[in-house]
Design a binder for this molecule. Structure first.
Ligand code: HEC
Length: 168
């Protein structure tokens, strides 16, 4: 074997070893590759909600004005509202508050800090429609999630109307 052949062989083996080491270390040695897909103004999932753009007009009307107290229910509790409310309640609330509102949904046993409120109780039923609307919109910090992103303003009032039918 000539000297150049040997050098070539050593070189090839070294390259192979280097390749294998790279294969196993790709997760550890992260080379920041320039990705042009990443450099763009798009909005990434799980980022904080964007502030409302200046001069924008809410298409549903303002849900409520913070600091002005509980809003007044603009949706009459007619057949359509109650049907929509029942449907939305079953989708968005019943897994915690139970199908009949007793606070006994399938998730309730797993909530350790606070149990879902019994919606048929006087404590809840004595609250105003607007107060219930605010609970659905903002949740209860630390125990109930805010559902304003899941339910439109109209949806929330329908659910409020439906909660009124949950009296025992
Ligand atoms: C992830 C579970 C969960 C979901 C989903 C949920 N809630 Fe709750 N809710 C709770 C818990 C827990 C409480 C008790 C809060 C406390 O006492 O700290 C509560 C409390 C309440 C209260 C009483 C608040 C008060 O101030 O007494 C109302 C009313 C209510 N929920 C309505 C709803 C409605 C309507 C929905 C569906 C649109 C809903 N919740 C969805 C867990 C949930």
């Amino acid at each position: 074997m000539s000297l150049t052949d040997r050098l070539l062989l050593i070189g090839a083996v070294a390259l192979l070893l280097f390749g294998i080491v790279l294969l196993f270390s790709y997760d550890i040695i992260k080379i920041d590759w320039i990705s042009f897909m990443e450099i763009q103004p798009s909005y990434k999932p799980m980022e904080n909600p964007l502030p409302v753009p200046a001069l924008s007009v809410p298409i549903e009307g303002a849900a409520y004005i913070p600091g002005m107290g509980a809003p007044v229910n603009p949706i009459p509790a007619d057949e359509i509202s109650l049907a929509r409310g029942a449907q939305l309640y079953n989708i968005h609330c019943s897994h915690c508050h139970g199908l009949t509102g007793q606070g006994d949904g399938p998730i309730a046993p797993f909530l350790e800090k606070r149990k879902p409120a019994n919606l048929t109780s006087d404590v809840v039923q004595n609250k105003s429609d607007g107060a219930l609307f605010l609970v659905i919109s903002n949740g209860v910090p630390g125990s109930m999630p805010a559902l304003n992103e899941n339910l439109t303003v109209r949806d929330r009032w329908d659910v409020v109307n439906y909660i009124r039918t949950l009296k025992p």
